[in-house]
Design a protein around this ligand. Structure first.
Ligand SMILES: C[S@@+](CC[C@H](N)C(=O)[O-])C[C@H]1O[C@@H](n2cnc3c(N)ncnc32)[C@H](O)[C@@H]1O
Ligand code: SF4
Length: 409
């Protein structure tokens, strides 16, 4: 999940009341309180050289067994049910990874059933599975539909074989498009393709062809992340040794502009810096993160947020599962967000969204931040008027806009 113009940042936010005190979303009274559940499946068949997600290939230390993952995930759902108040309703579930579709679908179904029985799934819940294209078949799709999955997010990355090679992807360019088309034909109502731009060697012609191929698949949602060369990855080592050039930031900016132009022309509009969709196809689960909602993360290394407090689980699948098996907490750490942190999260996350940042949410920081916004407007990074929303140029420099808005706040 925060890539250059990035994937989902770790979100938490609150709201500043009129008195200037930070007020968690949870302290507002609602009859039923909505919750997102993230379920982390930490397994992949091979590791892509750019990826630093918490995932394990067969034989890797800490991997643990599939059976222990399934039991521990079920146990963590029970733990959540014991800790949460009964007025919770689960509106979204997101099986992310790793590669959730490497598991037998019955494992995902068992966790989903447990969530429904112990916490209660909303009748219109969005239930997403992330999938690598080569794991998708007609049979797999039917199983996923039968267990209640209604949204599929496929990692396509590129339609250029050379780019896929550099990223160590094991599928060919056509596999992701074919998987998306098959999913739509099978009746998965929401299908998204994940793309990466800025890979060394890619040019605008190649990137435009990738976007055209993704649109040809007929999906209603596309995520496009700038390649981030993460420390500790094989790609990072190759760049350091000089075997692969660095990501060219000017090229990445041009690729971002091309993305926005091509996807908007096809009716997929941006709703978050790295996400474009047809109306009604937005990812509700991720929107809950960006809006500072509450979510519980099940699985090794998963993060959670409730009422301004945040915690994270042991990263090793073995250690996480062992804790739950022994009836202990799988948490590795936790923190209560300070008012400063809540304000930072609010600005950082809301500014990424097309709805922007509402000055009314800023309490005593309102005047200071709106004065800063005026300077950023003059630089062409924010649009005129309220709420505060990024221009196209501002979207490319969102991190700078966030830092400047918060300066001396
Ligand atoms: C971690 S993967 C998990 C889903 C699935 N295994 C896959 O490969 O698509 C989720 C998405 O994060 C994005 N991603 C992961 N690492 C990235 C990086 N270093 N730079 C940019 N995007 C990245 C990719 O687009 C990928 O599809
Ligand atoms: S398949 Fe996805 S999660 Fe697994 S290593 Fe590659 S990018 Fe990371």
């Amino acid at each position: 999940m925060g890539r250059t113009v990035g994937s989902a940042p770790l979100p938490v936010s609150g709201r500043v009341s009129d008195t200037g005190r930070m007020e968690s979303v949870l302290t507002r009274r609602e009859p039923v309180r909505s919750l997102g559940m993230y379920v982390h499946v930490p397994y992949c068949s091979s590791r892509c050289g750019y990826c630093d997600f918490n995932t394990y290939v067969p034989g890797e230390a800490g991997h643990g067994s599939r059976e222990s993952w399934r039991q521990a995930a079920i146990d963590e759902v029970s733990l959540a049910a014991r800790e949460l108040s009964p007025d919770r309703r689960v509106d979204t579930v997101f099986f992310g990874g790793g590669t959730p579709t490497l598991l037998p679908t019955s494992d995902l179904g068992a966790v989903l059933d447990e969530i429904d029985q112990q916490l209660g799934l909303a009748s219109n819940a969005e239930i997403t599975v992330e999938a690598n294209p080569e794991t998708i078949s007609g049979e797999k799709l039917q199983e996923l539909l039968d267990c209640g999955i209604n949204r599929l997010s496929l990692g396509m990355q590129s339609a250029d074989q050379q780019v896929l090679n550099l990223l160590d992807r094991v599928h060919s360019p056509g596999t992701a498009v074919a998987a998306a088309q098959e999913a739509l034909a099978a009746g998965v109502s929401l299908v998204s393709l994940d793309l990466i731009y800025g890979t060394p060697g890619e040019d605008l012609r190649s990137w435009r062809s990738t976007l055209a191929a993704a649109l040809d698949a007929g999906v209603g949602h596309i995520s496009a992340y700038g390649l981030k060369v993460e420390p500790g990855t094989a790609l990072h080592r190759r760049v350091r040794r000089g075997e692969v050039p660095r990501v060219d930031q000017d090229y990445s900016a041009a690729a971002y502009d091309a993305t926005d132009e091509i996807l908007s022309a096809a009716g997929l509009n941006w709703y978050e810096i790295s996400n474009w969709s047809l109306a009604g196809h937005e990812c509700r689960h991720n929107l809950n993160y960006w809006r500072g909602g509450d979510w519980w993360g099940i699985g090794p290394g998963a993060h959670s947020h409730l009422a301004g407090s945040r915690w994270w689980n042991h990263r090793s699948p073995q250690r996480w599962a062992a804790a739950l098996q022994e009836g202990k907490s799988p948490r590795a750490g936790e923190e209560q967000l300070t008012e400063d942190q809540l304000l930072t999260e609010l600005v950082m996350l809301h500014i990424r969204l097309v709805q922007g940042l509402d000055p009314a949410d800023l309490g005593q920081n309102r005047n200071h931040i709106t004065a800063k916004a005026e300077q950023l407007r003059e630089l062409g990074l924010l649009s005129v008027g309220e709420p505060l929303t990024l221009t196209l140029a501002g979207r490319r420099l969102a991190d700078r806009v966030t830092v400047e808005l918060l300066e001396h706040a």
